[in-house]
Write a protein that binds this ligand. Structure first.
Ligand SMILES: [Fe+2]
Length: 138
């Protein structure tokens, strides 16, 4: 299910694609170096994507109009980043199952997040667009 906001949807596709690519890379070469590289790339892109969403939240007045949803949403972004950072720190062996479990977790986190809080944000942005654009234009 898509949020209906093009930039968010295309970034979600890229994020899921990156997790998918990470599985394949680890399949080819089970090493901590590969794991560290793919999770670093994933974290970098996730942070960039969260910034895009949080910028849209500000632009459309989400923090003012839906403070609880906005706070929860931003908390989820922060906790994802924290989880990736701690997963990167906790892998100290080259056990494929362990690395795959982490990717599994990140994959389901992304799916859950995009199908819940991101859909709410998408609805809000589309409503605002129908009402005439960003706060500055209203
Ligand atoms: Fe989000």
């Amino acid at each position: 299910m898509a949020t209906g906001v093009d930039i968010i949807d295309s970034q979600h596709q890229s994020l899921l694609q990156m997790v998918n690519d990470a599985y394949h890379e680890l399949d080819k070469d089970v090493s901590e170096i590969v794991f560290q590289r793919v999770t670093k790339e994933l974290l970098g892109y996730a942070i960039y994507h969260f910034q895009t969403e949080e910028h849209l939240m500000k632009e459309y007045g989400y923090f003012e109009e839906c403070p609880e949803e906005a706070a929860l949403h931003v908390d989820e972004h922060r906790s994802f980043s924290a989880k990736v950072v701690s997963a990167r720190g906790s892998v100290d062996s080259e056990v494929k199952e362990e690395m795959e479990q982490i990717l599994e977790f990140l994959n389901s986190w992304i799916l859950n997040h995009t199908q819940n809080v991101d859909l709410k944000l998408g609805e809000f942005i589309r409503l605002k667009e129908r009402q005439g654009g960003t706060e500055e234009n209203v």
